[in-house]
Write a protein that binds this ligand. Structure first.
Ligand code: SF4
Length: 165
């Protein structure tokens, strides 16, 4: 996998002070995407064991509430396996930190294609960015169709439960 950027402190992509990993590569190509430089799967930088260790260590810091993985598209096939591995490591090594993931795939798609990955995600912001639905007043999402989903509750109740409306 390749990645575009790591932010050591991010307050825009989830509740609290967070680390953020922007993966490289996206097949969705939403009209009006804010991050088009992350579309090319050959762009960005190589994701190595050292970078991964650093990301875990940064997330472990006391003032950090959790980690957010976004992109690019974390759930596109070339990124999916590594993203799942990172989420598993976060859950095992820093279980006190919560995990958010942004994806253009729907919760229901992920439940069908790789339900196991959901065990390692606390909040999923799902759905493609739709320019016509753009609303600057929304918290932690760009367009009205996107949902901020409480994943553990949704799995428990077997229906989508929103974290924020
Ligand atoms: S999924 Fe994200 S990175 Fe990909 S085009 Fe849509 S907004 Fe841009």
């Amino acid at each position: 996998m390749r990645y575009a950027q790591i932010r050591r402190t991010d307050i825009s992509n989830g509740i609290g002070i967070r680390t953020a990993l922007f993966v490289q590569g996206c097949t969705r190509h939403c009209k009006g995407c804010f991050n088009q430089e992350t579309w090319d799967f050959d762009g960005g930088m190589e994701w190595t064991v050292d970078v991964e260790d650093e990301f875990i260590d940064l997330t472990a810091k006391e003032h950090i509430h959790g980690a957010t993985i976004l992109g690019g598209e974390p759930f596109d096939v070339p990124n999916r396996k590594t993203v799942k591995h990172i989420l598993q490591r976060l859950r095992m090594e820093v279980p006190e930190k919560n995990t958010w993931m942004y994806t253009s795939y729907l919760f229901e798609d992920i439940l069908k294609e790789d339900p196991e990955i959901l065990k390692y995600i606390d909040v999923l912001v799902d759905g493609a960015f739709i320019e016509e639905e753009k609303d600057m007043k929304l918290r932690f999402r760009g367009s009205r169709n996107q949902r901020v989903i409480d994943v553990p509750k949704s799995l428990e109740e077997e229906k989508v439960v929103l974290k924020l409306s």
